[in-house]
Design a protein around this ligand. Structure first.
Ligand code: ADP
Length: 299
C-alpha cells in the first residue's frame, strides 16, 4: 500500500476574454470546478495505477470538502484518514484563464494548513505504515517532516516531490528523512541554489541517497549516491496539457516501487503514464489506468 500525505483543493476555474483590473467587473464565459492539489493528484494517479492508496489530508466542513471526499472515494482511495477541520474552508485554487491563455491563480490553503497538526494524522501513518509514503510541500513543512519521522521505524520508503520549493530552501532535517527525492529540473536547481543541473544533482545526493529529476519532454534522470546515473527518455507524444504530469509520474513511480519493481522498470512505468497524461487535459483527471500503463510499457 501507498499513503499520500498532502494537499487537496477544489480548483475553481473561470474563463474570460480579459481579466478585470482593480475595481472593474467583467463578464466571464465559463466556469468549472475540478479537484486538485498535488497530494490529491498523486493519490488519484496511484489509485488508478492499481495500488491500495490512503490519503491523509484535511478538508473543511463545506461543499468542496464533500466534493473532494466523494471524488477520492470514487477513485478507490481510502479516505479514513481524510480529516474534517470544523473551522477552516477546504483549500481552493481560484484560477482565471484569459482567451490568450494567460492565467492568474490565487491559492487559499484553508484546511490544508492544518494537515499534520492533529495527532490522528500521524497516528494513521504509524498504526498502518505504508510501503511507500508520498509527500509534497503544499502543506506546512513541519508536518511533512513529522510524517517522514513517523514512518521511519517501519521501513517505509519516503518519496518527496519538493514542490513548491519553500523560500529559504528545505530544512536539513527533512531531506535527512527522504529516501527518494523527485524534483523537476527547476526545483532541483532552486533547492541547490544553482542553475547547473549536474551540480544540483551532486548537491542533492549529499543529502538524499537517490534522486529522480523529471525533465519534461526530455524524460528523467535517475542518480544515486554510489555514482549511478541513467537517463530515461520521455515517450514521444503530442502534448495537450502538461498540468499534473509530475504528479502522475510520482504517483505511478510510488506504486511500482511499493510493488517491489526494480527502479528502472518503475521509471519506465512512470514515464509511460506521464506521457499518457499529457495527451489529455486535466491533472488528476488525465491520470491513466493500470491497463493503459501496461499496454504502453510493453513494446
Ligand atoms: P512537472 O509537471 O512537475 O513540471 P515535468 O514537466 O518534468 O514535471 O514532467 C514530468 C514527467 O512527465 C517527465 O519526466 C516526462 O516523463 C513526462 N512528460 C512531461 N512533459 C512531457 C511531454 N511533452 N511529452 C512526453 N512526456 C512528458
Amino acid at each position: 500500500p501507498v499513503a499520500v500525505l498532502g494537499s487537496a483543493n477544489a480548483d475553481l476555474v473561470v474563463t474570460v476574454g480579459r481579466a478585470p483590473g482593480a475595481g472593474e467587473t467583467v463578464s466571464g464565459h465559463g466556469f468549472t470546478t475540478t479537484v486538485g492539489g498535488k497530494g490529491l493528484n498523486q493519490a488519484v494517479a496511484a489509485a488508478r495505477a492499481g495500488a491500495r492508496v490512503r490519503m491523509v489530508a484535511t478538508v473543511g466542513d463545506d461543499v468542496h470538502g464533500r466534493l473532494l471526499r466523494d471524488t477520492l472515494a470514487r477513485e478507490g482511495v481510502d479516505t479514513d484518514a481524510l480529516r474534517v477541520h470544523p473551522g477552516l474552508p477546504t483549500g481552493t485554487a481560484h484560477i482565471t484563464v484569459e482567451d490568450d491563455g494567460e492565467n492568474r491563480i490565487v491559492v487559499v490553503p484553508g484546511a490544508n494548513a492544518a494537515t499534520g497538526a492533529h495527532p490522528d494524522d500521524l497516528r494513521a501513518l504509524r498504526d498502518r505504515p505504508p510501503r511507500v509514503l508520498l509527500l509534497q510541500l503544499e502543506i506546512p513543512v513541519p508536518a511533512v517532516v513529522a510524517a517522514a519521522r513517523a514512518v521511519a521505524p517501519s521501513g517505509t520508503r519516503v518519496v518527496l516531490t519538493p514542490a513548491p520549493v519553500p523560500r529559504g530552501g528545505l530544512p536539513g532535517d527533512l531531506l535527512g528523512q527522504v529516501d527518494l527525492l523527485v524534483p523537476n529540473q527547476h526545483e532541483a536547481c532552486a533547492l541547490a541554489g544553482t542553475g547547473d543541473l549536474a551540480e544540483a544533482v551532486r548537491w542533492l545526493l549529499r543529502r538524499v541517497p537517490e534522486v529522480v529529476v523529471t525533465l519534461g519532454a526530455r524524460g528523467c534522470l535517475h542518480a544515486t549516491r554510489d555514482g549511478g546515473h541513467t537517463v530515461v527518455p520521455a515517450v514521444p507524444v503530442t502534448a495537450v496539457d502538461t498540468t499534473g504530469a509530475g504528479d502522475v509520474f510520482a504517483g505511478v513511480l510510488a506504486v511500482a516501487l511499493a510493488e517491489g519493481s526494480p527502479v528502472d522498470g518503475a521509471l519506465r512505468r512512470a514515464t509511460a503514464a506521464a506521457a499518457l497524461s499529457v495527451t489529455r487535459s486535466g491533472a488528476a483527471a488525465s491520470a491513466p489506468r493500470r491497463d493503459e500503463i501496461d499496454r504502453a510499457v510493453r513494446p
